[in-house]
Design a protein around this ligand. Structure first.
Ligand SMILES: Cc1ncc(COP(=O)(O)O)c(C=O)c1O
Length: 307
């Protein structure tokens, strides 16, 4: 049999992406600016959420989501799946919370939901379910468990008080564009982070987006502002706002982090989103090819359309 080299997920980049990146390079504005804001608005519209935030990775998005929720040191516990990529777990460690790993169900990539329920304590602040391979977890079950354990919840910040229960912070790194029961990934969990890393089904080279569902009593603009502060050194104005006439002065409100998206990355994303139906169709074609090629072997393959 002839040996063939199959490249690991080469990025699907066309002349359209190249032209949009060149347009940004020529525009004189290459860091976070109008294209990032446009990309955020288009992602929110795509996911049916009120807002979206674009940062430099899904890891940053998940970490900043935990920070927006006020989860951190002092005993807070964050539960995630033992079977995942390391980032789902490391974000809990980055914020200073205690990581709790829950094993998967037999023959499944999803957490064992009985084990999840028994892992919840008075200190549990968030659950990070992982939508591996774009297969959306059983959020009905997860929310049932969270509801059942509500009396144990001890809120320590305003947003936690308003939510009144454990936050469900989906690791949707693989799940942009996935749907379940007619809902898009992004409108199911409380917070969801997507990855736009080079091998993902929509890429900005590196990059990611965070979206969230509206929370009663919490202003979405306030959540957005928190993400902006956390991702840009705690600067009270972003770089573009500072360039407005007479608006150069800003404050550093806290020694925060640096993980913003650039307009160069957003240009790639804007075109990828425009091309997204055809990118997804090609992915599905490849899935079918693998399924067909493997069907006579004693193997079980992931059901990508599980919901
Ligand atoms: C399940 C999972 N979560 C999180 C991440 C982190 O994504 P990023 O590289 O955009 O930070 C990845 C990366 O592939 C992943 O596979």
């Amino acid at each position: 049999m002839e040996n063939r080299h199959i490249a690991f997920s080469p990025p699907d980049i066309t002349e359209e992406e190249i032209a949009e990146v060149a347009d940004t390079l020529r525009s004189g504005w290459i860091t976070t600016g109008p294209k990032t804001k446009k990309f955020e608005n288009e992602i929110a519209a795509f996911c049916h959420t009120s807002k979206a935030v674009c940062l430099n990775s899904a890891t940053a998005c998940a970490e900043m989501s935990l920070r927006v929720l006020g989860i951190g040191p002092g005993g807070d516990e964050v539960i995630t799946s033992a079977y995942t990529y390391t980032a789902s777990a490391s974000v809990a460690v980055h914020v200073g919370a205690t990581l709790v790993l829950v094993d998967t169900q037999p023959d499944s990539y999803e957490m064992d939901y009985e084990k999840l329920e028994s892992a919840i304590t008075e200190k549990t602040k968030a659950i990070i379910p992982v939508d591996l391979g774009g297969v959306i977890c059983d959020y009905d079950k997860i929310y049932d468990i969270v509801e059942k354990k509500k009396s144990l919840f001890r809120p320590s910040t305003e947003i936690q008080k308003k939510m009144g229960r454990i936050a469900v912070v989906a690791d949707g790194a693989h799940a942009f564009g996935a749907t379940k029961n007619g809902k898009h990934s992004g409108e199911i969990a409380d917070f969801t982070s997507f990855s736009f890393h080079a091998v993902k089904n929509l890429t900005t080279a590196e990059g990611g987006a965070a979206v969230w569902r509206d929370i009663d009593g919490i202003d979405n603009e306030e959540i957005y502002k928190q993400f902006m502060l956390l991702s840009l050194h705690g600067q009270s104005k972003d770089a573009l706002a500072k360039t407005q006439l007479g608006a150069w002065e800003y404050d550093i409100i806290a020694p925060y982090y640096k993980c913003n998206m650039t307009d160069i990355m957003a240009s790639l994303g804007l075109v990828q989103l425009r091309r997204y139906p055809s990118i997804l169709a090609r992915r599905k074609e490849i899935i079918e090819k693998y399924n067909e090629g493997l069907k006579d072997l004693d193997l079980s393959v992931l059901n990508h359309y599980g919901g």
